[in-house]
Design a protein around this ligand. Sequence first.
Ligand code: NAD
Length: 711
Amino acid sequence: MYQGQSLRVTLLEDGLAELCFDRQDSAINKFDSGTVAELAQATAAIRAHGGVRGVLLSSAKDSFIVGADIFEFPPLFAGPSEALAAFNAEQNAVFSAFEDLPVPIVAALNGLALGGGFEMLLTADYRMAVSGAQAGLPEVGLGIMPGYGGTVRLPRLVGAATTLDWILSGKPQPTATLLEAGAVDALCNAGSLREQALARLQAVAQDDTWKARREARLRGRRDDSVDFAALKAEHGKRASHYPAPLAVIESVERSLPLARDAALAEENRAFTSLAATPTAQALVQIFINEQSLRKKAKGYTRQAHRLERAAVLGAGIMGGGIAYTSAVRGTPVIMKDIAAAALDTGMGEARKLLAKQVDSGRMPPEKAAAVLDSIQPTLDFTGFSEVDIVVEAIVENLGLKKRVLADVESRLQANAVIASNTSSLSIEAIGSDLQRPQNFAGMHFFNPVPVMPLVEVIKGPATSEETAATVAGYAVAMGKTPVVVKDCPGFLVNRILTAQFVGFVRLIRDGADYLQIDRVMEAFGWPMGPAYLQDVIGMDTSCHVIDVITAGYGERMRLDFAHVIARMVQAGRLGQKSGRGFYRYQADAKGRPQKSIDPEVADLLADVRAERVRDFGDQEIVERMMLPMVIEAALCLEEGVAESAADIDMSLLLGIGFPRHWGGALKYADLVGLPNIVAQCETHRTLGGCYQPTQRMREMAARGERFHPLN
Ligand code: NAD
């Protein structure tokens, strides 16, 4: 009766028709605008036929429909709101026209139905499902809300409380929950779903009882299941950065008493205003960036050598964590140190982490024992001739690293790969004495290794593609997200972070209050303000990193004044580890350091201030902290330190907790608008090179370009 690219309608016996989603060019069904257009044509074909008595809604894929095509969102969201509202209204009219077919509709839910997929199901009069299926509305995770009638049709089916519970959690619901709530009418075995759904359709097409069900769904209703005021108060707290949950609650409250079409108009209004927020645009970008990283990770794994055995040099904070993570993810590992005590500590840490997993029921004790067995502590090089990769995590000393690696290399098979987990040394320099520098790369983990998701894989000038892919493949095998970057001081993440530190110490020099800076940057969305962050990193570590990295970037990062972090080190205020830094720390009952303001800091700051303390506007602080980061990120892109804006922004999110609702430094620039960023730089141009936009940024601003193109 109708055949499209994404769906078809077939006439069955007895005047029944089947509308089946079966996308031709993909293994999954999704709702892009082409599919919605086909749904309109299919609906028209069913209506025009005149003899159809009932419609079966089905899917020919393993899942039902996995949701909207998120790659279509960026240009729509960034465009004028009126255009998006009009587009949405048209799309919704298609769903409503299907729902309004003058015959009963029974849906067969055979697998996962997310977002628009679930909303499609809700246009049916009855839903049958196989027991393993799931349905959910995950839109708030993208900073938006259901836009194909989910906030209208679901509350009329399962009540407002359950609807809000499902939408706010974003989680797909199992069929038992769907059945109990009334979102599904009956469960069937996978083999008989279609047959039973057809039988139900036959039965309901016999008389008009389905009409009462449908009419009830189209009317507004009173629903006292939710204390809207309390729910809004609870979700209002995070609304400045994440407005979607509050908007959903308000929209459902407003649309409940309205008839369907007015309610859909309300949903459209709320959806459109959410789509225009920077948060929605950032979260959609993150989704797209994640897809890009996932694709690359698959490519690395394909190209990587087989990695059956690994070795780690150094059983310290990093080496211990790397060995544990390798073992727990299935690559057995030799852990070598020169100190027996370090090996004991390393094994002790692994034992503790495994015990935690066993205690919480996440790992059976036998698995924990096997993981521990697959870490082989040693003081010599036994077994090194058989490993496929060695990760070096010994102390940060160039001469020592070079010597140790040259020695290790001579003990390895010829195609084994060596990776150094340095935080500040040049990969080129570390590898300069190796016989096979093409088999050598950097592998920069973040602390604590078992928790932090990012690994920078650093290509030195001699590193082969194969080696980089193998190191990245090892990171993937460890459950990490690798980003391949070029060798430069600080690599990618710490280089960009250091640019922000430069902004911070200059602000202090120029008379800004560190308490205000922390407050403003935390309100911006950073997990902690920059002063507090220095305390957590440790002032001596940070000072060393700042010295090494700034020295690599000339005038732009030059610190030709006694800065506050060096002064803190001098005063023995090393941060949390010494109990005093920018703040004072005291352990609470659980032994966790609690910070408080330390009046003694004022005197120390007086030493490093070139200007009197003055009031800074919050916006001025944001600009002076964020612009150096944006510029450094732009330079990393221009210099090819990372391959793409997606790689850079995701590294900042995963490596240093860049606020997700801004999407990363480059997305932040896109959202503020590059012309505005360039204008802000102009305001601060007397502050030095780290406020100087690149020529390319100026050109992009003039041409209206973005770091993350919309298409
Ligand atoms: P650490 O001091 O905790 O551990 C270093 C270990 O290496 C010690 O146990 C030491 O006995 C051992 N060691 C020294 N010489 C050795 C040798 N010849 N053979 C085998 N073992 C040897 O240091 P860490 O914090 O784990 O740092 C290790 C490396 O990781 C450094 O290069 C550091 O810059 C880098 N890094 C550290 C962090 C961090 O946050 N700690 C983050 C990223 C990278």
